[in-house]
Ligand binder design. Structure first.
Ligand code: PAF
Length: 288
């Protein structure tokens, strides 16, 4: 088991990583908001297998919460997070205060064009601007060679790739597969907030997406959207907020299966008062 160094300030990060950089060693970075689960651990393990040094950040970023109640109820489990990380290949855990990340209010606005006008961006105004603020700030502090993001937050991944291009950063953004519970529910920190009834209903989301994927020969795009919404909504504990079928690169909605090489279906569902997201590639040009 490695000794983990916990860092609280930007200057501690700078001092700790200075010699790593001087010696030409690579830094892999996993930004998180804590309440860690198997999905995060898979990112850390991937980072450890591809880099000399791994840094994980734990910071619940207020600027990406459009709903103040969501920020208050977001799960926080710092002791358990550190225990989990001890079993992985992480070297440094950066746990900054809010003033360390934002010594002054961050007033920057980012223009992502169409990318943040749909799905999460449309339903959570300002969310991706807040994500871009914190991620750009963390990239500036940690200066990683590679950064790791889960594909569950697919739109976030596309937007962060765009952010890196916009800022001209030489950081490789590595997308990692969704990690699921045994019953198919995508792992998420928010799963901790589900009532037992909603937890029992939630696997229907992924099951429905898989069934939809198996039917693309039989259904057009419009019918599939209606079919998925109706099937999930049949469960009294679940309420679909959106199901969008989109070009996986531009995130523009498609109207036919021939509109794009890569097509993704992204869903957001209310399970009681908890909002869950998931997605599935419905058409993939590299799929064998
Ligand atoms: O995906 C998350 O957990 C957050 O959006 C991130 C990337 C850590 C930024 O706060």
């Amino acid at each position: 088991m490695k000794t983990i160094h916990t860092l609280k300030t930007c200057s501690e990060v700078e001092q700790s990583l200075w010699s790593t950089r001087e010696n030409g060693k690579s830094i892999g970075f996993v930004p998180t908001m804590g309440a860690l689960h198997g999905g995060h651990i898979s990112l850390v393990e991937r980072a450890a297998s591809e880099n000399d040094v791994v840094v994980v950040s734990i910071f619940v970023n207020p600027t990406q919460f459009n709903n103040p109640n969501d920020l208050v109820s977001y799960p926080r489990t710092p002791e358990k997070d550190l225990e989990l990380l001890e079993k992985t290949g992480v070297d440094y855990v950066f746990m900054p205060s809010e003033t360390e990340i934002y010594p002054q209010p961050d007033t920057r606005t980012f223009n992502f064009g169409q990318l943040d006008k749909v799905m999460e961006g449309a339903h959570r105004p300002g969310h991706f601007n807040g994500v871009a603020q914190v991620v750009s700030r963390l990239f500036d502090i940690v200066k990683p060679n590679r950064a790791y993001f889960g594909q569950k937050d697919y739109q976030q991944l596309v937007i962060i790739r765009q952010l890196v291009r916009m800022l001209g950063l030489s950081i490789d953004i590595i997308a990692c597969p969704i990690v699921r519970e045994a019953d198919g529910l995508a792992m998420s920190s928010r799963n901790l907030l589900l009532s037992p009834e909603c937890r029992a209903s939630a696997p229907l989301i992924h099951r429905t997406l898989v069934e939809a994927c198996n039917q693309i020969e039989q259904m057009n795009v419009k019918d599939m959207i209606g079919w998925v919404e109706a099937r999930v909504n049949q469960d009294k504990n679940l309420r679909v907020e959106y199901f969008e079928i989109s070009n996986a690169e531009t995130l523009e909605p498609v109207s036919s299966w021939t509109d794009a090489e890569n097509i993704i279906g992204c869903i957001a569902v209310w399970a009681g008062s908890v909002r869950l997201i998931d997605n599935i590639f419905l058409k993939h040009s590299t799929k064998g």
